[in-house]
Design a protein around this ligand. Sequence first.
Ligand code: C5P
Length: 223
Amino acid sequence: GDVAVLVPAAGAGIRLGPGAPKALRPLAGEPLLVHAVRRIAAAGSVHTIVVAAPAADVAAVAQLLAPVAPVTVVPGGAQRQDSVAAALAAVPDGPEIVLVHDAARALVPADLVESVAAAVRSGHDAVIPVLPVVDTIKEVSADEVVQGTVDRSVLRAVQTPQGFRRAVLAAAHAAAVDPLTDDAGLVEKRGVPVVCVPGSEYAMKITRPFDLALAEQLLTVRP
Ligand code: C5P
């Protein structure tokens, strides 16, 4: 494998145990992070997985993931970006393709991991999986009055894993000043072209109770 996958899971809301929010919230009896790591590890190109966990939970997360896949767990930072940078710093020499995946996209198909990696391998410096926007999108004022209708044909909903040539992601993180919510944003600001590949409905972000219920159903159809 020539791919390292970084999984930022150090959000302050994360706690081990029942009722855990975000990355450790249970889905069909297992934390979202466990599902995500299992699927990432099933992708044949993956050589290394590095998870950024809350500093206090590094040992517990390492123990949780040990039966799932060989994983390195590092302490994350104050912002998501710091956590990604910490995980990136722990990637050994070897992998030249680095993917960043949010644990909340727990049902990510191994095929999607492979297609993002393949697009980077084929020569693109930065690759994101996207889906078309199906709803009509309105721009509104602070008091919820419609200001206009956005042309959705030029919009895409962005998922993870986002894939990068390793040196490109490292340079973007080294130069980063303002925190952004995604890594492609850092690269994009430096003028690097970011290429889209088709995403997957299964890579949906599991954030609300509705998403959790849907994910539980999907697991019964396609474990
Ligand atoms: O809070 P938000 O939805 O932006 O978090 C996205 C991902 O980044 C989550 O998986 C979260 O655990 C992770 N994160 C992190 N370190 C932080 C903040 C968030 O790894 N300091």
